[in-house]
Design a protein. Structure first.
Length: 317
């Protein structure tokens, strides 16, 4: 069953009429009804095109959070063969908000790390809605160091509202764990590519997204804080999240223009949730292209280029 966002109401209404006509057509004048269905379908596609050609930053935020949007596990299933998950930080426990392991991406052995939000109530609770605790980031460090030791490129799939903000996470060194994970990204001598597939929230995203190439799906978002959180701080009113989203420059188009990211992966009409297989393949092509750029680079060059790239962000010539 399709799930429509609030701003997609005109499309939802047209689709409801189409479904109603299809039901009537089972026992009536099929030819006349088919013609009306074709007309309404064309109208529905046109309405969807118009909506998605003019999405506001807040609407893009809603698309990035769509419950049917493909998650980490979907990308791994579609892009990585022989995936073997690796668990635990070897210090405290296993954090299932961050999932990682080795596998083969288009014939090449790689390390894949990312946040998994979960697709239903049970899996969301299991994965803590993709919000990692310190042990999750320490696991990421362990996997990155393993990848570096064995010469495996690292692919990071980012989808988190942010790091877990609970007291127990702070007690176990959340900030330090995020910093160590970011440092591990910077120290890699193998190429790493990060793709923001949904939400790229704050340090929770940066911890695994400090990569040689940072890509975003067209309707994903990447920000230092959620629009609701920014509105609460700036205006003491979470209801102003739409204003915050506009002013924060969180969309792929804005971040590409500002030089924060390196590329945008186009999504199918109506967002990734409407054609997951299409967007997963497109993301795979973009990852393969990014990794190919570093195939002939020496390990030290790969590390130094990554560091220079991040030092240059925000500097004016």
């Amino acid at each position: 069953m399709k799930s429509y966002l609030d701003f997609e109401k005109p499309v939802a209404e047209l689709q409801a009429k189409i479904a109603e006509l299809r039901t009537l057509g089972e026992g009536g004048d099929a030819v006349a009804i088919d013609e009306e269905i074709s007309r309404l379908e064309a109208k529905s596609v046109a309405a969807l095109k118009e909506l998605y050609a003019n999405l506001t930053p807040w609407q893009k935020t809603l698309v990035a959070r769509h419950p049917n949007r493909p998650h980490f596990v979907d990308f791994v299933q579609g892009l990585v063969e022989d995936f073997t998950p690796l668990a635990g930080d070897r210090k405290f426990s296993e954090d299932e908000a961050i999932v990682g392991g080795v596998g083969r991406f288009r014939g090449e052995a790689v390390m894949v790390i990312g946040q998994e939000k979960g697709a239903d109530t049970t899996s969301r609770l299991k994965h803590n809605f993709g919000m990692a605790k310190p042990e999750g980031y320490r696991k990421a460090v362990r996997l990155m160091e393993t990848a570096d030791r064995f010469g495996l490129p690292v692919i990071a799939l980012v989808d988190t509202a942010g790091a877990f903000p609970g007291i127990e996470a702070e007690e176990r060194g959340q900030a330090e764990a995020i910093a160590r994970s970011t440092e591990a990204c910077l120290n890699l001598t193998v190429p790493n590519v990060a793709v923001v597939i949904g939400e790229g929230g704050s340090g929770g995203a940066i911890a695994i997204a400090t990569a040689n190439a940072v890509l975003m799906l067209e309707h994903s978002i990447y920000s230092v804080i959620s629009p609701e959180g920014a509105a609460s701080i700036l205006w003491r009113d979470a209801a102003k999240a739409q204003d915050a989203a506009t002013n924060m420059k969180i969309t792929s188009a804005d971040l590409l223009r500002l030089g924060v990211i390196d590329g945008v992966v186009a999504e199918p009409l109506g967002g990734a949730h409407r054609a997951p297989d299409v967007v997963i393949k497109a993301a795979g092509d973009a990852i393969a292209g990014a990794l190919a750029r570093f195939s002939n680079m020496a390990p030290e060059q790969i590390r130094d280029e990554r560091r220079r790239k991040f030092l240059a962000i925000g500097r004016s010539l």
